[in-house]
Each structure stands twice: as C-alpha cells, then as structure tokens.
Design a binder for this molecule. Structure first.
Ligand code: FES
Length: 170
C-alpha cells in the first residue's frame, strides 16, 4: 500500500496537467511509488490507476515498457554493466565477472543482504567511454576492475559514491 504522503504527492501531480490529461502523470507517479517501495507491484499499478482514474492496464503498460521501472524487488543499489558491442570489446565481460566473483552472485541477482543487484544492460549511450555502466542510474565510464572495487568498497561501507571524475584509476 502506498503511504498517505505518496498518495497525496501523486494526486498533486494531476494539477500540473489539463483536465482529462491525467495519463500524463503516470511516469512521475510510478517514480514516486518506486521511490517509496523500491519496486512496482501489480497492486501498486492498481493503486496508481485508481488515483489517476485510469485503467490499471495503462499504468502497467507504461511501467513494463521502460526499464528504469523495477517490477521485481531489487537491492538498495543497482549496478548495471553495459554488455553491448563497444563495451564488450573493451572488457565489460571481465568487469561483470569480477562483480559476480566479488559479490558471490550471478548477473540478475541481489546479494543476500539486499544491498547490491548486478545486471547486464543494453547500450546505455556511452559507447565512446566504454566499458560503461551505471550505479543507481548514474554513469560510470572507462570502467576498470580497480574502479569497480572502489565503487563496491564505497557501497559496502555505506558511503556516498564519489563523483565519477573522482574515481581516478584506469
Ligand atoms: S555499447 Fe556500451 S554504452 Fe554503448
């Protein structure tokens, strides 16, 4: 169930759009729900649909079209490594294998403590900075094993990630 605060936030979104255009609030509403719950369930689709006076299938269609909406439980931090051609040629397989080995999980899985999910991603549009990935949807480019270790050290220590420019190895 969404909290009363989240429900209020979603209803407030409707004021941004002209009468009869509540559909336009769906993407923001999904982000509010995901921010609160960590992922989006069919029950959440129904709740959002009810608030926006839409068919649940419309909300579900938007959520399932875009990959940035999580439809399954994920870790507190999500590491996506691009495995498309430029990144593949520049070593993304080694990067993701190192993540799997260090965290004791395979791609698509979450660590048992719920801290980190590792996934393969399709091209994230940073081909000239390959190999590239995202941590919580923030870009990290020219990845190396050392950079990945530095990122993992920070996440596991509960520290805020330094900016990509400050990750200096490689
Ligand atoms: S191929 Fe990896 S970002 Fe494009």
């Amino acid at each position: 169930m969404l909290s009363p605060a989240a429900r209020e936030q979603i209803l407030a979104l409707c004021d941004r759009y002209p009468e009869g255009k509540r559909k336009s609030a769906v993407m923001d509403a999904l982000f509010i729900a995901q921010g609160e719950q960590g992922y989006l369930s069919p029950e959440t689709f129904r709740e959002i649909a009810e608030l926006l006076h839409l068919a649940p299938v419309h909300v579900a269609a938007v959520a399932t079209f875009y990959t940035m909406y999580e439809k399954e439980p994920v870790g507190k931090h999500i590491i996506d490594i691009c495995c498309n051609i430029s990144c593949l040629l520049r070593g993304s397989s080694e990067i993701i294998a190192h993540l799997e080995q260090r965290l004791g999980i395979t791609r698509g899985e979450t660590t048992p403590d719920g801290l980190i999910t590792v996934r393969e991603a399709e091209c994230i549009g940073a081909c000239s900075q390959a190999p590239a990935g995202q941590v919580n949807y923030r870009f990290f480019e020219h990845l190396t094993i050392e950079k990945v270790d530095e990122i993992l050290d920070q996440l596991q220590a509960g520290k805020a990630l330094v900016s990509p420019e400050e990750v200096t190895h490689g």
